[in-house]
Every structure is written in C-alpha cells, then in structure tokens.
Write a protein that binds this ligand. Structure first.
Ligand SMILES: [Zn+2]
Length: 391
C-alpha cells in the first residue's frame, strides 16, 4: 500500500468505456480465456479456442501491444509458441460490496479477484440514500492507496435487473425499484454493476474459485437464508427470479419444522441458521448462537447433535436433488453457515447416498468456507465480468 491519495480513486475509465478498450470480439474472447485459465501458451490457447496457432498470434498481438497480456516465465523467447501468456492482474482494481440488512462488507480486488484489502461498517440506514452513502464510503475506504478503480460491484439478497436496478430487496424493505447502480456510479464516478448475491458468488466460484475450470456445477449456500446457483455448459444460468429463493422452500423432511410460509421441513426450515438456533433452544431451553449450536453438536450434546444431524441429512438430500435434476458432477457448498456441512459431514453423506441412484457417478461435494468477504469478492467478480466481456 502506498500513500493514501483520495484524488486518484474516482478517476473514470478512459473515454467513459466500461470494457476492455477497442478489442474485436475474437480478441476479447482470447483475453477472457487467458484471464480465466492463464497462464496459457499460444498453443494451449489455440486448442482451447479451436483456432490455428497463426490465428492466435494475430488475436493476441493487440493484447500484447496494449500491455493487457504479457509473456511470463523464462523459457523461450517472447515469440515462441510455448511461452505462456498471462493477463496483468494488478493492472486493474475493482471494489466489491455485499449488503446485508444492517451491514456492508467491501473488498478491493485485482483483475483476477485476489483480495488486496477489506473493510466493513454498519449501514447508516436502510433508505436508498443511506445505503448509497454507506456503499460510497466503503468503496472510498477500500480504494485509498490503490490506483484508480476500474469498476464497482454491489450485491444483495434480492433481485436486480440489467445489473443496475434493484427491483426487490426484502432485507432493506425497499418497496419500489431503486437505481442503485446509477446512484453509486454517480456518487463514486466509477462504473457500477448490481447483482443478486448468490449469482455473484456463483460467478466468482466459476471463474476464479472452487469450480474454476468446471463447465457444470451447482452452488448451494447456507446461512441466514438458502441460496442456489447453477452453471451449465460453462454459462451461469441467470434469471430475474434468482433472488426469489426458488430452492429455499423445497421440501427435504416431511416431519421437519415449519418455515414462515407454512412449509414443513423445507430447505429454509431445516438449514437456515436461525431455524437451527430455534430448534436447539426448544430442547435446551436456552438460546445459543449458531456457532455455539455447531460446537455443542460436535461435542456430543444430544439436542444440538440431533438438530444438526437432521439438518446435515436434509442438506445431503438437497445436494442429491440438485445433482439428480441438473446432472452436475459437483456441488459446491458455501455461505456463512457452511460449517454445518463439516460438523455434520457423515449425515450429509448419508442423506446424499439415500437419494442418489447407486449406479450413478458419485457427486463431488466441495465445502468452501464462505464468510462475508467471499460474498463481497463475488460482487467484485460481477464487476470484473462486466468489464472483461462488455463490448
Ligand atoms: Zn418454506
């Protein structure tokens, strides 16, 4: 980190562009391939793109000329097909902000979403004006001492249209659409995109995270709520309904507790951190924190052990349901409550096995720790994708 210099943080992208400058679609595709999978030799890039080595050389020459891509490693000369090429990851910086009902979490990340610094703060309030002021302050604090930002991403549990307009934000109580992207862009001077938080985390998992390189996987998040994201044929399945909670109310245990909508044993009723706290409190007569419930279960407490075990089995059934219906080989588990999957690992495996045809390929369950910084990193990746793929 250098000397704080507030005058630099709000410099706009040259020419007001929100994308990699003046690249043809084919060259942009090559650049994205190197960003996602690099370092790549020209010959490896040619194989990935299905092109000849000569075509690839023509495609990457403007990237080399603009300094977006550089040769790395010491083997061979710059022009040799075997010399790996890589993006200049620290050539661009992005801020990602994850909003909860009461708090904002922000990270500053490079072009490959490596987190360089992070800050958080309570929201000033829930009104659009208060939220914009809080986001602006977080972005400003994150960016101090770094080169000018290329983009900002903001994610929240809700629905976002056109990566700009928040059309539903139940945790914030907004009843009318809010142009959050436009307001934050105007306040910071930096191009800003808005995303559903689970979609943003799925993007980060796909491009740079636990499922990097996978062309099919699902993400299930557990915590205050239950989230679900899906990548098929190397593309995120995007929908305006992503923020509605389509998976949260699937029935996993017909004898389970009730959710607020009256479902018995739905994913939310079985897995949400508040529901696990409630169930443990019924048996123990005392309200413990979610983490304490998991600690008690791990230590052999009969009440917490029963609740967490039944939750684990329900989670296994959810993983089986997702894998059976979408035929993904891998389900990544994440979210701020994901320690449940480790504490109840045997129950998760049992629930998965019960609902999976033994003749089917085993499902890989990848438990990925997911604190609020990971959610914020997801928001940064939405901004990175927007920047890297925008025409
Ligand atoms: Zn429900």
């Amino acid at each position: 980190m250098g000397t704080p210099d507030r005058s630099r943080w709000d410099t706009r992208v040259p020419n007001g562009s929100h994308g990699w400058p003046s690249l043809t679609p084919a060259t942009r595709t090559a650049a994205v391939e190197i960003l996602r999978h690099g370092p790549l030799s020209r010959s490896a890039l040619a194989r990935r793109l299905g092109l000849s080595a000569g075509s690839v050389t023509r495609l990457v020459s403007p990237l080399l000329a603009d300094g977006l891509v550089v040769p790395v490693g010491r083997e061979g000369g710059i022009g040799r097909p075997s010399t790996p090429l890589d993006v200049v990851a620290d050539g661009h910086h992005f801020a990602g902000v994850k909003l909860t009902a009461s708090h904002g979490y922000a990270v500053l990340a490079d072009l490959r979403s490596t987190v360089l610094t992070k800050v958080d703060a309570p929201l000033r309030g829930k009104s659009p004006g208060d939220v914009v002021a809080s986001v602006t302050d977080l972005v400003r604090r994150c960016a101090i001492g770094f080169p000018p930002l290329t983009g900002v991403g903001v994610s929240l549990g809700g629905r976002a249209a056109d990566h700009r307009l928040v059309t539903a934000a139940p945790y914030l109580g907004w009843s009318a659409p809010v142009d959050l992207g436009g307001l934050v862009a105007a306040a910071t001077g930096v191009p800003t995109v808005v995303d559903n938080d689970v979609l943003a985390l799925t993007r980060a998992t796909h491009w740079f995270g636990a499922a990097r390189g996978a062309d099919r996987f699902a993400l299930v998040t557990i915590g205050i709520g239950i989230g679900y994201g899906l990548v098929v044929h190397d593309r995120l399945v995007d929908s305006d309904d992503a923020g509605v909670g389509l998976v949260a109310h699937l029935c996993l245990d017909p004898l389970g507790p009730l959710c607020a909508r009256g479902h018995r044993g739905c994913a939310e009723a079985m897995l949400a951190s508040g529901k696990i706290r409630d169930a443990v409190a019924v048996g123990r007569g005392f309200v413990h924190s979610y983490e304490e419930c998991l600690d008690l279960a791990a230590a052999g407490d009969p009440v917490a052990g029963r609740v967490v075990g039944e939750a684990g089995r329900a989670l296994g059934r959810l993983v089986a349901m997702v894998a059976n219906l979408t035929m993904v080989p891998t389900v990544v588990l994440s979210g701020d409550g994901v320690r449940l999957a480790s504490v109840a690992a045997a129950a998760v495996a049992s629930g998965l096995a019960a609902d999976r045809d033994p003749a089917a390929d085993p499902v890989t369950v990848d438990v990925h720790p997911g604190g609020f910084d990971e959610w914020a990193r997801g928001a940064a990746v939405t901004a990175i994708q927007s920047y890297a793929t925008a025409a």
